[in-house]
Structure formats: structure tokens, C-alpha cells
Design a protein around this ligand. Structure first.
Ligand SMILES: CC1=C(CCC(=O)O)c2cc3nc(cc4[nH]c(cc5[nH]c(cc1n2)c(C)c5CCC(=O)O)c(CCC(=O)O)c4C)C(CCC(=O)O)=C3C
Ligand SMILES: [Fe+2]
Length: 401
């Protein structure tokens, strides 16, 4: 079941709940789809899950065994599904409180509830126009295009079953939406406050995200943002923009300009293929060697405390810091923060208004305001042709043809 509780907009028969005042319109959309990675929920799920993740990709066997071990350390349970359930509750509460009448479904790429099953259910419930929220905030093949390929595959599977697939769109990247960044600013301040007072002012901020092959980074985002020679394309540019906003906000609130760097984690793939560097653990060694007294890890690349955060940061990087004797704390991820739920509502209402405006530009109407912090401005609504290309071209939905 992808809808685990009655949609927040429906009132149980006989309940004396006053109807929420009508809020902003989500038309033409009739459903929101939370699209995520999925993760195992017990020891028996781990190997089948990893088989799903690596289907058709050349992840070395050694790496898979290692990743399997990370999951077994936590009884085979990834935190990601529970975090998505919390996010669903936060979104449904927020939409209900603000009178946004849009049912919310949840489907994953690699584990139940599987995307195809969710879309089948959504079509069975009569929905025809779906807006997608992916649990990845930045442009990249893994964080954007691959989800669009999953949507195309699932829509094709429904068509093969004789169902009429719905029209599916995807929300713009939200890395620079204030409702995504503000919780991270607070989390960074909290993590700084957790450091011993004598080392706090000298602490470096280590912003972390998932490493990806440098070739994938260079071709991330629209073609105009592509770079050469390991400069990182839109993927790196977007993370740097977020890091600068956080550093500036921390300086405004504490009076301290903390030195910082964007670093990477969770690398996989063959060793001879270049991926974004440095790794967080190498970086901590380097900071320690340079006499830096403390560090805060800020996982801006992750929407919630995924296994990468629980294992690669909280287990591995913390062990490295302890070995070095370097005081290190870790900032919380955004998770189900109400400000993030409100940001999603804002993005849904904004996109719905954009679609209505495009369909019938009325002289009185104006395109909606588009919230964004930092220097890059609001991201595109529709991924253009050539955005975050796959190495082998495959059909992708929710983008320009
Ligand atoms: C950019 C990015 C995000 C962030 C954007 C987003 O959130 O989507 C992300 C998220 C995630 N990645 C996850 C898990 C895995 N990723 C893998 C492999 C890979 N990730 C890659 C990139 C990313 N991945 C890449 C380039 C690979 C190698 C090739 C490939 O396979 O594409 C592998 C295989 C083994 C390994 O290589 O580590 C696993 C098990 C989980 C679930 C965690 C949990 O259970 O909490 C989540 C949220
Ligand atoms: Fe993209």
C-alpha cells in the first residue's frame, strides 16, 4: 500500500471536523507523488535491495559486500523508509492546515512501495495529472535523470497493462529554497554549539554530499551548465551556492566567519574512474594535520538521515575523528521539518500556478513568485533536452522531449 493512511484532505464519515478553508489551488494537478530511493526493512531485504540498486550497473562485488555490512550493522534496516513516512505525515498535515486539496502518494525506485505499484494505484483512484517530489534536491544523473527514467519505465509498464498512464511532471530542484536551507542553518548553529567552547570559534565547516563520477558531475544540469575537466557542472555549483548561504547566515548570527570546504562521501565504482574528492575522512585528516581545532560536518547533499549519513558520517567519519582526537559534530538533516513541508507546498502551488498561466495567460494573472536564496536563482521547471544525460540514452519522463 502506498497510501498508508486516509489522505489528510478526507474527513471520516460522521466526524465533526470542520472543513478546512479552501486554500491555494493545486489545479491542474490532482495528486502529488513522493518519489524516493527506498531501503531494506530487515536482514532478508538487504541482498534483494542491493540487487535492485545495482541492476545493470558495474558496482564492484567488494563494494556491495561492504555496503551490505553497513546495513547489517543496523539489523538490515535502512532509516530512509521511516523518514519518508514522517515526511508524508508532515506534508499531509501542512497541506490540510493550509487548505491545499491534493492527495499525496509515495513510491520508490528500489524497494516497496515500488513506483509502478503506486502509479497503478493512483490511476485506479482516477488521477490523471501528477506532480512529483523527488527526495534529492540537486541536479545529477542519480538525483534527477534516473528518477525520470524510473517514471518513464513505470508509465510504460502501466501502458503495457492496458492502463492509460497519467501525465507526470516533476518539481524544480529545491536546493536553494529557503524552506530547505533555513533548517540547515539552524542545524549548523546547533552542531557548532555542541562543540567544546574553547574550539568552537576555530571550527571548520565541512559541507558533505554524495560523491559522483567527475564525468557525471561535469554533465549535471542543463547543457549550458556543463563544464569540462572536473569543474563539477551544476551539481557542484548548486552545493557551493548552498554552502555559501549557510556560511553567511552563520556569520550573521555568530559573528564568526568559519572557514569551510565542500567535501564528498560514499564513493563507489572502480578505483581508476575519477569521482569527486576529497572524501570526508581524508579531509578530517588534512584539517587535523593543519592544526584546525574542530570541525562540523554538514550533510547538505542529503534530505534526511539516509544510511550514508548514519554509516559514512556517524560511524566511519566520527571514528576517524576520534582516532585523530579531533572534536567533530554533525548537523542534522532537514528530514520532516515543518519548514520543508511548507516549502513543498509553496513549490506545488507555484508550479500549479505556472501551469495554469501557461495554459491560459490572462491579462490580470501574473506568473507566480519563485522563492530562492543564493546566487543561482530558481531552477528550471522542466529539465531541458541534454540535462544530466545518462551514459547510454534511455527514455525519461517529466522533461522536455
Ligand atoms: C547523488 C546520489 C544520491 C543523492 C541523491 C538521492 O538521494 O537520490 C544518492 C542517494 C542514495 N543512495 C543510496 C544507496 C545506494 N547508492 C548506491 C550507489 C550510488 N549512488 C550514487 C549517487 C547518489 N546516491 C552513485 C553515483 C552510485 C553508484 C552508481 C549507482 O548505482 O548509481 C548504492 C550501491 C552501492 C554503493 O555503490 O554504495 C546504494 C546501496 C540511498 C539509500 C540509502 C539508505 O538506505 O538510507 C540513497 C538515498
Ligand atoms: Fe536534471
Amino acid at each position: 500500500m502506498s497510501v498508508e493512511q486516509p489522505p489528510a484532505h478526507s474527513v471520516p464519515a460522521g466526524a465533526a471536523v470542520p472543513a478546512a478553508p479552501a486554500g491555494p489551488s493545486a489545479a491542474p494537478y490532482d495528486a502529488l507523488l513522493l518519489l524516493s530511493f527506498g531501503g531494506p526493512e530487515g536482514p532478508d531485504d538487504v541482498v534483494p535491495f542491493l540487487e535492485n540498486v545495482t541492476r545493470g550497473r558495474g558496482i564492484p562485488r567488494e563494494r556491495l559486500k561492504e555496503v551490505g555490512q553497513h546495513y547489517f550493522l543496523f539489523d538490515g534496516v535502512s532509516p530512509i523508509n521511516e523518514q519518508n513516512r514522517s515526511l508524508l505525515r508532515a506534508l499531509r498535515d501542512d497541506f490540510a492546515q493550509h487548505g491545499v486539496d491534493l492527495p499525496i502518494y509515495w513510491g520508490n525506485r528500489n524497494w516497496a512501495p515500488y513506483l509502478t505499484d503506486t502509479l497503478r494505484e493512483l490511476v485506479g483512484d482516477g488521477h490523471r495529472r501528477v506532480l512529483t517530489l523527488a527526495t534529492s534536491a540537486y541536479a545529477s544523473y542519480s538525483g534527477c535523470r534516473q528518477y525520470r527514467e524510473n517514471l518513464a519505465d513505470s508509465l510504460a509498464a502501466l501502458a503495457a497493462e492496458g492502463l492509460q498512464p497519467p501525465q507526470v511532471d516533476k518539481l524544480r530542484h529545491y536546493f536553494n529554497h529557503p524552506g530547505f536551507i533555513e533548517p540547515m542553518i539552524d542545524a549548523t548553529l546547533t552542531a557548532l554549539a555542541e562543540l567544546p567552547t574553547d574550539v568552537r570559534a576555530g571550527a571548520q565547516l565541512a559541507f558533505t554530499t554524495h560523491s559522483i563520477p567527475t564525468a557525471a558531475a561535469d554533465t549535471s544540469g542543463p547543457v549550458a551548465a556543463h563544464t569540462s575537466e572536473g569543474q563539477g557542472g551544476a551539481y557542484v555549483a548548486q552545493h557551493l551556492d548552498v554552502a555559501r548561504v549557510i556560511v553567511d547566515a552563520v556569520r550573521e548570527r555568530t559573528g564568526v566567519e568559519h572557514p569551510w570546504r565542500l567535501v564528498y562521501q560514499s564513493r563507489s565504482g572502480a578505483p581508476h574512474i575519477p569521482w569527486l574528492e576529497p572524501d570526508i575522512c581524508e579531509h578530517l585528516e588534512e584539517l587535523h594535520g593543519a592544526g584546525v581545532p574542530a570541525a562540523v560536518m554538514v550533510p547538505i547533499g542529503f534530505v534526511s538521515d539516509h544510511m550514508e549519513v548514519k554509516y559514512d558520517l556517524d560511524t566511519e567519519a566520527r571514528a576517524k575523528a576520534a582516532e585523530l582526537g579531533l572534536p567533530v559534530t554533525r548537523a542534522a538533516t532537514v528530514g520532516a521539518d515543518p519548514r520543508f513541508a511548507a516549502a513543498v507546498r509553496d513549490l506545488v502551488v507555484e508550479r500549479a500556478a505556472t501551469e495554469r498561466f501557461a495554459a491560459a495567460p490572462a491579462p490580470a494573472a501574473a506568473p507566480p513568485e519563485r522563492c530562492a536564496l543564493g546566487a543561482l536563482g530558481p531552477s528550471h521547471d522542466v529539465c531541458p533536452v541534454g540535462c544530466c544525460p545518462a551514459r547510454t540514452p534511455r527514455p525519461a519522463a517529466a522533461g522536455a522531449q
